[in-house]
Design a protein. Structure first.
Length: 67
């Protein structure tokens, strides 16, 4: 349901933007809302939030005495 809503927002916002009914800032706001719905829908389907994996810049401490 959330993914369908996000799709409807994207289609509607794009159509309104092309008709010059809404501004670019309003289009970006609609895209942000649609992305939020997509992320919420993905978290429901996958059971977790999908986030990019970040690598750590700090070395893991393994207590071997070598730095």
């Amino acid at each position: 349901m959330l993914l369908r809503m996000a799709s409807a927002i994207l289609r509607s916002a794009t159509a309104l933007y092309l008709k010059r009914t809404i501004s670019g800032a309003e289009l970006r706001a609609a895209l942000s809302v649609a992305r939020s719905f997509e992320r919420a829908g993905a978290s429901i389907v996958l059971g977790r939030w999908s986030r990019p994996e970040f690598t750590t810049t700090m070395k893991a401490k393994d207590d071997d005495g070598i730095e």
